[in-house]
Design a protein around this ligand. Structure first.
Ligand code: AMP
Length: 412
């Protein structure tokens, strides 16, 4: 279990609490928020802080303005929607550091909320003073001078060590916000201390982007199902003709090593046993279901077949925990979404029956599960991309490390 400092461990009443949120929300050209998931995700922590009499100072990045002021990347557009969500006027500081910002902070009363301007308007957020990757501690100090306590509530940036995360945590006592806490508790429940048997389902385009992830998972799971384009590399490595399919032939030895490692640690690997093939990569393309050794040279494997889906359902039945990343086929193109949709629906059904804990995350996975209508029934879906994958790779996340006990400056 990840042991980290939580909000309940600190008295925030009357304190200036600097909260790192992820307000990098999708917006249209006119600056209207098109998906408010990330705004909503921050509400429990903000409401908690207000309810406990704290002064809340929010900081976030938005887009990639590369250390320069860029009007399109201003966070000002979020003041109105955020004020509406909180039923309370949110103040805005046109910079995240400097004398005017300090003055704005000094004027705040208990329960007030102030949103700072985009931290990435300053190069020190993501670069050292010499321009190398990292952050500038002097810039971080200017941020941390604004608060007395730091709360990290943006798991989606936990794989990065930046001024508004690791930099501020070096100066102030740091705690997980409620969204971060929820995320870490669920991820830990899925991989660190899972109810066994625990199964993984990893799909997506390429093995190359998920080698570390697969290597880590075989050591943690009882079963690992591999699907999507990346399964083709494994099938080819085992001597099957994958025709014109997406396949990283140069990674066949890596695939064999992963299979061999899995055998050593008793992790059962499930690969497709039948496939859906087509000659064109487009929605509605003529297609057929076939066995592994019946793929013609001009055909592409675009989805797993029905026998594979049945085998996955059996494996899900035999598991108490499921961790899912990546689609089982080219799910954006019907009917090559079928295996992903069927497997997702089946897993969701087992969760609803109380038989399964299902945790999913990472990029396309969220849209694939939403597309299947299964997202709401999963136990937990992480909207984080890179951070979720790095967690699945078993690598430490800087944004989580800073929250781990003990901390010298604990209890302000
Ligand atoms: P990833 O970002 O690695 O999770 O990959 C997701 C992408 O993999 C999606 O855009 C899918 O369309 C694609 N994909 C999954 N299976 C296949 C396949 N058999 N052939 C080609 N693309 C696939």
């Amino acid at each position: 279990m990840v042991d980290f400092r939580r909000l309940e461990d600190v008295d925030v009443a009357g304190k200036r609490v600097l909260v790192r949120v992820d307000f990098n929300v999708p917006c249209d050209d006119a600056g209207n928020v098109t998906d408010d998931t990330r705004l909503r995700a921050a509400l429990p922590t903000i409401n908690y802080l207000r309810g406990h009499g704290a002064i809340t100072i929010l900081m976030s990045h938005f887009g990639r303005p590369d250390g320069k002021r860029e009007s399109g990347a201003s966070l000002m557009k979020l003041v109105r929607p955020l004020s509406e969500f909180l039923h309370n006027e949110v103040a805005f500081a046109p910079d995240c550091i400097g004398a005017a910002t300090k003055k704005a902070v000094a004027q705040l009363q208990d329960r007030d909320v102030l949103l700072l301007e985009n931290t990435r308007f300053h190069p020190g957020e993501t670069q050292t003073a010499d321009g190398a990757m990292g952050f500038d501690p002097a810039f971080a100090k200017q941020l941390s001078d604004l608060g007395e306590i730091f709360v990290h509530d943006a798991f989606s940036v936990a794989h990065r060590a930046q001024a508004s995360t690791s930099g501020v945590a070096a100066d102030l006592p740091a705690y997980a916000g409620l969204a971060m806490e929820r995320e870490l508790d669920h991820l830990s429940q899925a991989l660190d201390v899972p109810r066994r048997p625990v199964m993984g389902l990893v799909g997506g385009a390429k093995v190359s982007s998920k080698i570390d992830l697969l290597e880590n998972l075989v050591n943690k799971l009882d079963k690992l199902a591999i699907g999507g384009g990346m399964a083709n590399t494994f099938l080819a490595a085992l001597g099957h003709n994958v025709g014109a399919s997406l396949c990283e032939h140069d990674l066949k030895p890596t695939a064999l090593t992963i299979l061999e490692n899995a055998k050593q640690v008793n992790c059962e690997i499930l690969l497709p046993i039948d496939v859906v093939v087509a000659k064109q990569f487009r929605a509605g393309a003529a297609h057929r279901v076939c066995g592994l050794d019946q793929v013609a040279d001009d055909e592409m494997i675009l989805d797993a077949g029905p026998m594979t889906v049945n085998a996955l359902a059996d494996a899900i039945d035999a598991s108490q925990t499921l961790v899912w990343n990546g689609p089982l086929g080219a799910f954006e193109l019907t009917p090559f979404d079928t295996a992903t949709v069927e497997a997702a629906k089946y897993a969701a059904k087992r969760v609803v029956q109380g038989k399964l804990i299902a945790v999913a995350g990472g990029g396309d996975t969220v849209s694939a599960l939403k597309h299947a209508g299964a997202a709401d029934d999963f136990t937990f879906i992480s909207t984080a991309g890179g951070a979720f994958l790095q967690w699945m790779e078993g690598k430490p996340l800087p944004g989580v490390e800073i929250l781990k006990k003990p901390q010298i400056k604990d209890r302000p």
